[in-house]
Design a protein around this ligand. Structure first.
Ligand code: 5BU
Length: 267
């Protein structure tokens, strides 16, 4: 049975990584496979968006290096909100250096990503040392890593053999640390291991932006392509209106993503 036909809760029971297990369980509890990407540059604006969408999400995704007024109080409050509203924090850091350097970038500097981010991601480009280096920091903290096997932007080079080797790198590392992929579809379908597939480039209206982003609908992503989590940024926080309007938009994506998941279970 491929993972796409198994309920998130069943996959949670069999997962060796505590963070992946927690994610799959809370997805089931909140009936949400929606991750909202918070790409604004002021801490208070970011927290306001998180407070609005919190009831609808299984995960919040950050780019911590875009914050103009970052202090550790921001990530502390994010962590508090995550506990209060039952979601995980995914720092979309896209590490891409040698193992020794990424271990420092992950643990240290201004942002101390490993301290507050449950999940982060890395490019497989530098080779398996990147996975080992990040693991030295993240494994003892029960964190989880995703590899970028594919990207959503037009003309990206993560295709074909590159994608296949990313999947192999994850298999070699083990699912207790590399829990899945950023990908546009079921890149692991040649095996019977159960990886998580998280997918950006999701929108209900826009088809893309001026800088190469390409959008598909929650249904295309979850039902047609078998992905597990939809990642939505501007489609939710960018809409016009008050707090209620932003939550309503998040709720629309949550409902679409969840319906697509339920439909694929009974295929
Ligand atoms: P959008 O506003 O929904 O287009 O934002 C998408 C987010 O997902 C944004 O933070 C990107 O950095 C991120 N992203 C992406 O769009 N495509 C990718 O392949 C990867 C990340 Br990896």
């Amino acid at each position: 049975h491929p993972p796409t036909t198994k309920p998130y809760a069943v996959r949670a029971d069999a997962h060796p990584n505590p963070t992946a297990k927690r994610l799959l369980k809370l997805m089931d509890r909140k009936k949400s496979n929606l991750c909202v990407s918070i790409d604004v540059t002021k801490c208070e604006d970011a927290l306001e968006i998180v407070r609005r969408v919190a009831p609808a999400v299984c995960m919040v995704k950050t780019h911590i290096d875009i914050m103009e007024d970052f202090t550790p109080a921001f990530t502390a409050e994010l962590a508090r909100l995550a506990d209060e509203h039952d979601f995980l924090i995914f720092e979309d850091r896209k590490f891409a250096d040698i193992g020794n350097t990424v271990a420092l970038q992950y643990s240290s500097g201004v942002h101390r990503i490993a301290e507050w981010s449950h999940i982060t991601n890395a490019h497989p480009l530098p080779g398996p040392g990147i996975v080992t280096g990040l693991g030295k920091v993240g494994k003892p903290l029960d964190r989880a890593l995703l590899l970028l096997a594919e990207m959503s932007s037009a003309g990206n080079l993560a295709v074909g053999d590159y994608t296949r080797q990313a999947v192999q790198m994850a298999r070699d590392a083990g699912r207790d640390w590399v829990v899945g992929f950023i990908a546009m579809g079921r890149v692991d379908s040649d095996g019977d291991d159960d990886f998580l597939v998280l997918t950006p480039g999701v929108g209900l209206v826009a088809k893309g932006d001026a800088l190469g982003q390409q959008y598909r609908t929650p249904r295309q992503v979850v039902y047609d392509s078998g992905c597990d989590v939809i990642i939505v940024g501007r489609g939710i926080y960018g809409i016009e209106g008050d707090a209620a309007a932003v939550l309503a938009e998040a709720e629309k994506y949550r409902a679409e993503g969840w319906k697509a998941y339920e439909d694929r279970l009974i295929q």
